[in-house]
Design a protein around this ligand. Structure first.
Ligand code: EPU
Length: 420
């Protein structure tokens, strides 16, 4: 297993290009199961999670071929309707094949994802929604089995907005008989990107991006070519890097409209941000002002940026209260940041962060994807060397992270864990 070594203290300056969004690519690649034929996806990030969905689609009978940042998928021979435990346990988003398999093959058998570092993350709303559309659902031997000759449209009300739940139900409903209305749906840009792809395929989805999505079922769908939207969380992570290290980073191929909450909070901390079409330039300045943050479903402040912002607040000039309202256990990075000297007290779903002058480099352990990114950021401003273990979490969601940071002037390298 590899570790990442970061020597802190350098201001990061320069330009980097944002990769395609992991959380848009995963549902869009899964949606290729809905029609037999040849799909082409461009701007697909080269990540472990993309490799996992590739393996998953292959076990179902799809032919998947990557050429550069394009992925070609031929779904004509998809026959297998099972998502095995070995793949689902690597990546919870594997559950995204449930809706499309059920719609196309009338049957799906998907391993239950089990526990997760950041929270319980059940899939009850996915299953309740599918059963409202007429699926017979059974849970046996750790697998969810769903069957329906043809799903029938209905009205579904989500207790709380769920991103992959909304995506799964949208994909199940596009081939259903009649109209489905999803209420209190998630509004993330990735949902809109999926809806646009489904409509290109011949589906009739309206309202995506708002809390009410209407899906009129159609009889068949056709394969398409689609481009993956920019990764707003990757862009946000590099924006925090500029603010934190007091450098100037120009982030290109980004979608500033998807980052309004992050841009607004970063400006409050004193960072200077200019936005030009698809480029965002962030210049960090001291002192960094403390601000409070509350994570919320889109368009609120994203939970996937909470850990990175906490690092910024840990060297700000006052007290910041960070409230996590999406996942109940998403403060695991706090213990590692404390080992680097951060002054953070956690009480329930609130973290009180008292800014200090300097973090101090230490060996730390990555626990989930965004926590890992926060530890790299912490290493960039810490005094001395930070060694981050278990970096496979980072490889799930950040393309070429050391190369991108090195290009900006960071002293960062990947080393085999044993020799480090
Ligand atoms: N929830 C339920 N029941 C369900 C579904 C969700 O109780 O059936 C709860 C969850 O436990 C959570 C809340 O609803 O408390 C919202 O979870 P959501 O379903 O929206 O999360 P998700 O779809 O599993 C996606 C992203 C996550 C991101 C969250 C929140 C993908 C593949 N994953 O997860 O991304 O944090 O939405 O925005 O889109 C990441 O990229 O690092 C990551 C974790």
């Amino acid at each position: 297993m590899d570790a990442i070594l970061v020597k802190g203290g350098r201001a990061l300056n320069g330009e980097i290009r944002v990769s395609g969004a992991k959380n848009a690519a995963l549902p869009m690649l899964a949606a290729s199961l809905l029609a037999g034929g040849k799909f082409k996806f461009s701007n697909v990030p080269d990540l472990k999670d993309i490799e996992t969905i590739r393996q998953l689609l292959s076990t179902m009978g799809a032919e998947v071929d990557r050429q550069g940042d394009s992925v070609h998928i031929d779904t004509r021979n998809v026959e297998n309707f099972e998502a095995p435990y070995d793949l689902v346990r690597k990546m919870r988003a594997s559950v995204l094949v449930l809706g499309p398999l059920l719609a196309r093959l009338k049957r799906a058998r998907v391993s239950l994802p089990g526990g997760c570092a950041i929270g319980a993350r059940p899939i009850n709303m996915h299953l309740e929604g599918l059963s409202r559309l007429g699926a017979r659902i059974t849970l046996e031997h750790g697998y969810v089995e769903a069957q329906a000759d043809r799903l029938t449209g209905d009205e579904i009300f989500f207790d709380v907005p769920t991103v992959t739940g909304t995506e799964n139900l949208m994909m199940a409903a596009v081939l259903a008989n009649g109209t489905t209305v999803l209420r209190n749906a998630a509004r993330e840009p990735e949902i809109l990107a999926l809806a646009e792809m489904l409509n290109l395929m011949g589906a009739d989805v309206s309202g995506a991006g708002s809390p009410v999505i209407t899906i009129r079922g159609v009889d068949r769908l056709a394969p398409v070519s689609a481009r993956i939207i920019p990764d707003r969380i990757e862009a946000g992570t590099y924006m925090v890097a500029a603010a934190l290290t007091c450098g100037t980073i120009r982030i290109t191929d980004a979608e500033p409209d998807h980052l309004k909450a992050v841009i607004s909070k970063l400006r409050e901390t004193g960072a200077k941000i200019t936005v030009k079409q698809d480029a965002i330039t962030v210049t960090g300045k001291r002192p960094i002002h403390s601000v409070d943050i509350k994570t919320l479903p889109y368009p609120g402040f994203p939970t996937d940026m909470q850990a990175q912002f906490m690092v910024l607040m840990s060297v700000a000039n006052g007290l910041s209260v960070i409230s996590e309202t999406i996942f109940e256990n998403r403060f695991i990075h706090v213990l590692e940041l404390q080992r680097m000297g951060a002054d953070i007290q956690v009480s329930g779903n609130h973290a009180m962060v008292k800014g200090i002058e300097k973090l101090s480099g230490a060996p730390v352990m990555a626990s989930d994807l965004r926590a890992s990114a926060s530890l790299v950021l912490a290493g960039l401003v810490a005094e001395g060397t930070t060694q981050i273990s278990r970096v496979y979490h980072l490889d799930r969601g950040y393309e070429s992270i050391e190369e991108k940071f090195r290009k900006l002037g960071a002293n960062i390298e990947r080393v085999p864990e044993s020799s480090s």
